[in-house]
Design a protein around this ligand. Sequence first.
Ligand SMILES: Nc1ncnc2c1ncn2[C@@H]1O[C@H](COP(=O)(O)OP(=O)(O)OP(=O)(O)O)[C@@H](O)[C@H]1O
Length: 273
Amino acid sequence: MLQVQTLTKTFGERTAVDRASFSVDQPRMIGVIGRSGAGKSTLLRMLNRLSDASSGTILFNGRDITALKGAERRKWQSRCAMIFQQFNLVPRMDVVSNVLHGTLNRRSTLATMFNLYPTEDIHHAIEILDRLGIADQAPKRAEALSGGQQQRVAIARALMQDPAVILADEPIASLDPMNAQIVMEALRRIHEEDDRMVIANLHTLDTARRYCDRVIGMRDGRIVFDGTPEQLTTGVARDIYGAGADFSEAATSTEIATLDRTDAERLKAGALA
Ligand SMILES: Nc1ncnc2c1ncn2[C@@H]1O[C@H](COP(=O)(O)OP(=O)(O)OP(=O)(O)O)[C@@H](O)[C@H]1O
């Protein structure tokens, strides 16, 4: 399905991604982890062709993605939707119009200028919002929503493109633990129910372990780990993060687990009282 072969990106003297290779045989939910500057964003941007590789190839269903140009490249970008840490919505525009922006690639400039959307697209956008539990927010301006709701709008916009792959660059890094959990659960559900591949850069180990089938660890531009969450032991994690013996998983942890633990403790206390 997806084959990444010795993919490399250099910025001047700096090698951001260094001969990265991996292949995915069926839609999976993959987490990419590593410390800041390890090359995670650059890898995702190359997969989406937002950034050109310096060398190496990306094959999707046997097709060379690295060679696509013009309209073909744009078509790939819509098959391979991207979501970002900062949501990238149009703040003053209503939610449903933001979602409909996901259809821009297949609409004429004139239709776009006058915001002319086919009725079936509008219905579809609302269905997607409903699936993500935020249909009631459809008429509001995007900026009026919470961070977690905005990220779900961004996911809805991505789904509007009916993508085979969703690339998520630190999708929960700006969210509180509760919203982070809602967003990760939404991505997991989309992966399972629609059979779409999800590749998410995550800055926390526990999130990768909890939601992903496979974890890729990057260090200094290189892939230094590629395995299941079970294989991602503390020792391996220490290696990926290039940390010493004092490495603490808690330092890479979101508060989701802490939150769950607190809930569990509260329940236990309640049960014992
Ligand atoms: N446009 C650019 N120009 C120059 N150097 C860049 C550019 N983009 C990334 N880099 C460098 O490439 C390396 C990898 O960056 P990248 O953003 O991919 O890492 P990351 O793992 O995503 O980190 P973070 O989690 O902080 O986003 C870093 O050293 C970064 O400074």
